[in-house]
Design a protein around this ligand. Structure first.
Ligand code: NAD
Ligand code: DAU
Length: 362
């Protein structure tokens, strides 16, 4: 049973939801968040935690081998849930270096630290140990309209610097299992949405811009398809894999839906029209602008989640309609969070650069 869990990237979107989930559901667990607090991470995401006495925050870099070694030893870490990464595809196109550094080199250093602490140092921990790597469906590439969804055996075909760096890290994790018998699991998940998502990503960006009467930028023709998963469902799936998944195995996780980006944006606009009947920007869909496409934009992702359903009994609880409504409500109730996140990051500069390049002005 896990006792001391190291959550890397725990001040980011999914990581902070996961830290909350763990503190709420596992009363025996101590949680250690390691996060560099890049532009995408914030202590704001870890405010008002349930049972905060069981949570320790460490500011630091997963590329720092001596820091990692100290953390494993001092806190007797028996479980790693590895979220820390550069996560935004658009940023990987304009600045790929950071993606290779953190996603590839950082994962390598973390694997080395776990290997040293768990397989080499004496005495070995009494409890079973587990290194769980959080990855993405983007490693599988892009599907055509009639192609079947990705399974765990779909060949890797990453097409952006982001997905290539995640694919490299997945391969390293598997190599440590086969070569050194490090007890690992991997999950590849589709697009997440929900509370605390950094507002450069499609869903929080659209909500924020619509509320403020700004353009809603849709890349290309808006007919790209994603499979969307509510973040709480992802957290539950990851923990099931950590607790009950088979060592050395990979599990696909997804929401089982196939909307186009344009449908997502239109749905968010309709929810905002209803929840903000007095908005001067109604109908919000009037703010939609088609802008230049993302280079190498993957057309369609879809996940086959049969394995995790069969083997671990997990399936998503939230459907897309209820999840989007909950998400819009959360952002409407947390406008202070958005403001502090925007002020504490490079978001304004990034948006100007990204959308000017695309012929938009978000
Ligand atoms: P995010 O960008 O919101 O958070 C990443 C966190 O990692 C931030 O808190 C950041 O400060 C931290 N970090 C970055 N570099 C670091 C370093 N060198 N050392 C320590 N901390 C560092 O990302 P997210 O959307 O929460 O994604 C988390 C993980 O889940 C990533 O590995 C991503 O590839 C994966 N994933 C994301 C999605 C999604 O839809 N968001 C879907 C599937 C998989
Ligand atoms: O599929 C899982 C991946 O989902 C994760 O691995 C990534 O970390 C995460 O960022 C996400 O990647 P996407 O590129 O799919 O997410 P993003 O929110 O950037 O974009 C979603 C879709 O919307 C994508 O097809 C691009 C499009 N888009 C995005 C933005 C920011 C727009 O049309 N307009 C926009 O302004």
């Amino acid at each position: 049973m896990a006792k001391n869990v190291l959550v890397t990237g725990g001040a980011g979107f999914i990581g902070s939801n996961f830290v909350r989930y763990l503190l709420e559901t596992e009363p025996q667990v101590q949680v250690f968040t390691l996060d560099l607090l890049t532009y995408a991470g914030s202590r704001e995401n870890l405010k008002d935690l349930p049972d905060p006495a069981r949570h320790t925050f460490i500011k630091g870099d997963i590329c720092d081998a001596s820091l990692l070694s100290g953390i494993f030893n001092q806190y007797e870490i028996d479980t790693v849930v590895h979220f820390a990464a550069e996560s935004h595809v658009d940023r990987s196109i304009t600045g790929p270096e950071a993606f290779v550094r953190t996603n590839v080199n950082g994962t390598f250093e973390l694997l080395q630290a776990a290997r040293k602490a768990w397989l080499h140092e004496k005495p070995p921990l009494d409890e079973p140990v587990r290194f769980h790597h959080v990855s993405t469906d983007e490693v599988f590439g892009s599907l055509g309209p009639g192609d079947p969804p990705f399974t765990e055996t779909t060949p890797y075909s990453p097409r952006s610097p982001y997905s290539a760096s995640k694919a490299a890290s997945d391969h390293l994790v598997r190599a440590y299992f086969h070569t050194y018998h490090l007890p690992v699991t991997i999950s590849n998940c589709s697009n997440n949405y929900g509370p605390y998502q950094f507002p450069e990503k499609l869903i929080p960006l659209i909500i924020f811009n619509a509320l403020n009467g700004k353009d809603l930028p849709v890349y290309g023709d808006g007919q790209q398809v994603r499979d969307w998963l509510y973040v709480a469902d992802h957290c539950e799936a990851i923990w099931q894999v950590v607790k009950r998944g088979k060592t050395g195995e990979t599990y696909n996780i997804g929401g089982g839906n196939q909307p186009t980006n344009l449908e997502i944006v239109q749905t968010l606009c309709a929810i905002l029209d209803e929840l903000r009947p007095n908005s001067p920007h109604r109908p919000h869909a009037g703010l939609i602008r088609f802008v230049a496409d993302r280079p190498g934009h993957d057309r369609r992702y879809a996940m086959n989640i049969g394995k995790i359903e069969r083997e671990l009994g997990w399936r998503p609880k939230e459907n897309l309609a209820s999840g989007l409504r909950k998400t819009v409500q959360w952002y409407l109730e947390h406008t202070g969070w958005i403001e502090s996140i925007r002020q504490g990051s490079d978001l304004t500069g990034w948006m100007e650069k990204n959308y000017a390049n695309r012929g938009g002005n978000a």
